[in-house]
Design a protein around this ligand. Structure first.
Ligand SMILES: CSC[C@H]1O[C@H](OP(=O)(O)O)[C@H](O)[C@@H]1O
Length: 384
């Protein structure tokens, strides 16, 4: 079966799969404006740090392509001043859709720089618009290739490490645990941490991929479950509360997670529950690996205390999405409230920060970074 996709883009149409309806309903919705893109990212119809950056960039590309074709041309193409004000406004708007994943900011900054450089080079508005379209498309297109690179780096690194650490070298393959969803749905394709899982499977080195349900949005039980099932990768779902039990009772060779923002010292923000898994992995001496593109590293912040953590609406922690069981034959999604009506006092941060101290390796498309002997943190400056 072909891997799932999160974004479909052609010259005249931009669409995303509505991830709020997965895994039971596959419905593509059209993104017809930068406002639609902003809403889809904010409401988590599309999610995953690289995927939201791709959609933001592609929505700008769509906007500019339409502008270039329009007759009469829009006012913003009439002068450099008008173009700069217009594009800066769009980029600032897209940037506000979600605060933690730095990839979105990296993409909007990159496009802002393209704009400023082209203006400084004396180009005219039409040429600049063309350049911005090419750069926006590149933001989305580059993702799949780099995902495959980081997945291979991470996969080979863990295979080698297990071979060196254990005499038996895991003869039946490796067991890994992942959190949330970091596969094709979270990226432009192949995935980051789930890309490593896929790489291990493709090379015959995987025994089983364990994954947490990842409440409250259930990226694990809804999305990772669907991706692994589609790819026919042997897997086992666990509830978020079972990580300690899993480590006590099964031979888990690695925990592998994605990232939304990595500080200069390696402190890593990822889906809520990642920190719990890291603490337990350290207790059980299980390598803890972060797999993410270079664009997730934020060298502007020295450590994780500076990472803005998104607080999601309280209601999202009170609801579970799904279809009726037993299924009445009509696939219609329902939302079930699992708390008393009107409950107050709900804590719902979307991410937590795993200190670098608990991270064994950070893997990007450029390779594997580990800490210097005896160091608490990483020095990521040389690889970015
Ligand atoms: C490769 S995706 C990184 C990241 O995105 C997820 O967050 P969300 O579903 O809220 O967008 C999660 O933290 C993943 O690890």
């Amino acid at each position: 079966m072909a891997p799932l996709i999160s974004i479909r883009s052609s010259d005249d149409k931009l669409e995303i799969v509505n991830q709020l309806l997965l895994p039971h309903i596959t419905e593509f919705i059209e993104i017809d404006s930068v406002e639609d893109a902003h809403d889809a990212i904010k409401s988590m119809k599309i999610r995953g740090a690289p995927a939201i950056a791709s959609l933001a960039a592609l929505s700008l590309s769509q906007h500019l392509r339409r502008g270039l074709k329009a007759s009469p041309p829009p006012d913003y193409l009439a002068s450099l001043e008008a173009l700069k004000a217009h594009i800066d406004g769009i980029l600032a708007f897209l940037f506000t859709a979600r605060p933690t994943a730095v990839n979105l900011g990296a993409a909007t900054r990159r496009l802002g720089k393209t704009l400023d450089n082209a203006i400084a080079a004396g180009k005219d508005p039409l040429a600049i618009a063309e350049e911005l379209i090419a750069e926006s498309n590149a933001v989305a297109d580059e993702d799949v290739g780099r995902n495959k690179e980081m997945s291979k780096w991470a996969g080979e690194w863990i295979i080698e490490r297990v071979r060196n650490l254990t005499l038996s070298a895991a003869p039946q393959g490796l067991n890994v645990l992942t959190v949330c969803n970091t596969g094709s749905l979270a990226t432009s394709g192949y995935g980051t941490a789930l890309g490593m899982v896929t790489y291990l499977h493709e090379t015959g080195k995987l025994k089983s991929a364990f994954y947490t349900q990842t409440a409250p949005y259930h990226q694990g039980s809804r999305l990772t479950a669907l991706e692994l099932q589609t790819l026919k990768i042997p897997s086992v779902m666990i509830c978020d509360t079972m990580v300690g039990s899993l480590f006590q009772n099964h031979n888990i060779h690695a925990v592998v997670v994605g990232a939304d923002r990595i500080a200069r010292n390696g402190d890593t923000a990822n889906k809520i529950g990642t920190y719990n898994a890291a603490v337990l992995a350290a207790r059980h001496k299980i390598p803890f690996i972060v797999v993410a593109p270079i664009s997730t590293v934020d060298l502007d912040i020295p450590d994780g205390t500076h990472i803005p953590i998104e607080q999601r609406p309280s209601l999202e922690a009170c609801l579970v999405r799904g279809i009726l069981y037993p299924n009445d034959g009509k696939t219609k999604q329902v939302q079930v409230m699992i708390t008393p009506a009107g409950l107050e006092g709900i804590y719902n941060p979307s991410f937590d920060v795993t200190p670098a101290e608990l991270i064994t390796a950070i893997v990007t498309e450029k390779g594997v970074a580990v800490k210097a002997e005896g160091a608490q943190g990483f020095d990521l400056s040389p690889i970015v």
